[in-house]
Design a protein around this ligand. Sequence first.
Ligand code: CA
Length: 652
Amino acid sequence: MFSEIDSKYAYDGSDLGAVYSKDKTVFKVWAPLAENIVIRLYHTCKDEKPYRNLPMEKGKNGVWAKTVFGNLDGVYYTYLVTNEGVEQETIDIYAKSAGVNGAMGMVIDLEKCNPAGWDSQTYVPLEHYTDACLYELHIRDFSIDPSGNFCYKGRFLAFIEKGLVNAAGDSVGIDHLKELGITHVHLMPAYDYATVDESDVHHPQFNWGYDPQNYNVPEGSYSTNPFDGKSRVAEFKRMVYALHKEGIGVIMDVVYNHTYATADSCFTKTFPCYYYRQWDGKKNLYSNGSGCGNELATERAMVRKYIIDSLVYWMTEYKIDGFRFDLMGLYDNETINEAYRRLHEINPNVIMYGEGWTGGDTPLPWEKRCMKLNARFTPDVAYFSDDFRDTVKGNNFENKQKGYVNGAQGSEDYVKEIMSGRIPHPQLPNLDKYSWTDTPAQTVNYVEAHDNLTLWDKLYYTNSTDSVEKRIKMDKLAAAMVFLAQGIPFIQAGQEFLRSKPFPGGMAFDHNSYKSPDAINSLKWNRKSEYKDVFNYYKGLIALRKAHSAFRMYDKAQIAEDLYYLDNLPQHVVGFILKNDNIFEETVVFLNPNDYPVKLHAFGEYGVYVDGCYAGTEPIRMVCGDYEMDGISAIVLGRKREEIFENDAVTD
Ligand code: CA
């Protein structure tokens, strides 16, 4: 139905939207079947009547255009579009900023929104995906709780607040991120979403933001003035700049897979039905592979172009370092591969990853979907490893089901498979059939994300009769697995201080807090001090991973060669040796999920860099010969090259 439209009208110009210059603004809209389009200009986003109505003219490829002379910086605008005899007012799908609640677009001089020094900074370096340590964060959660002592609670600008501490004097906010050592913050939806009323931000409201309204506009409720379209743009940039100054990359969670509205969305009003998939070629039979009422038809020429234009815009205008794709199974692989190609041209350090599944059935053919099991068709994009998550802590959807760290038995082979990055490994031939990638750079290893129970809450359900101390050991073992596994480590904000989302009363926990109140969702900064030992453990694991290349191998051959699983270990214990590290001659890792200590033997003298209590880049003690490993813990032994040289010298 729409392939004809694509072959007849597809447009490849990079000038759609309102292109601003000081003496004129050129408006362009792609709407090949529209009967008429009028631009409406408004002085403020509260005006009910436009101060000018300007008819557009239809040109080649179905692109409507109009040049308006004069300096339009700060002017709000909409389009009055007539389709099939019906006239509807809509925001420009390419709008770069918007008034309150995203109803009107804004013509904006973007350069004026740049903070001082903006042009001199750039993307963070990332040689290989496996060098990243990802940290998923919701902008409001970060700063809304009083324990953080932020001025800009719930706002983009909370990221510029340095020097803040909690009640115990421990750093919070951006200083905390720096102290923890993560490489990239992955921001949950920060584009303009629909369900928080921006006109009433002093009344507490919460949403994760997976309800997109305007893809190229920052969310207004995170700005200090949602009524001024410049505020959200300027403050978003200040946030990115503040993170870049600390060496932290910024990843945007993008949701081009569906929109909040369907019949009333700006896409439908501009070109009815074109942007969404339908079943059986029936115009109004929208498919719902997102579970949210619609899905974008990423495979159509001008939808693909829209998505890629939008990604490129965020990367160039806001210096975004990478992207996380929601329900990536609803994207066709050609779109994702082309997006990577374009983004990588601009920023060779870009990282792209996503959820390799859908939220329902879709007409998109299986082999074209960016599903985890199709990962090999999109070799430059990583996928969340739900296999990793479920193997470590138990099935995500069965509250009481256990995993390796909390009491499941007999999963050692699967543990080996996930620890080597979910790729075929020569020592695990029977598990090859479960591997869905050939490179650890495609595997995002995690045990907790915004969806479902936090790790700490899951451990409460699976091990409610165990002591807090014992559950902390399980948490630490799970964290050790995330950071010592081949692949890309990912944690949710606050996981490093046992994030919890209790319902009032504290005996049940929220597994889907997408619109729950701040009391459930916010980061409670005093927990950092309460569980300082856990925080230090995460911090130490991150530092160790960053310091040693053996934990960050990036191809299959390297892992086949340099990661070797050990046999004849105590029951349930998994152990492996890593070779060819940049510092250690040999690295040995053991995971002991048993709640009792086990006896091990070191063939030579090694430093202990991780045990059940401590993790870091300095050895806690040395072991040689027989030694004991604590119950429910990980241990990392390392032997440095120079130590071997010293020993050799003595022997000679
Ligand atoms: Ca909004």
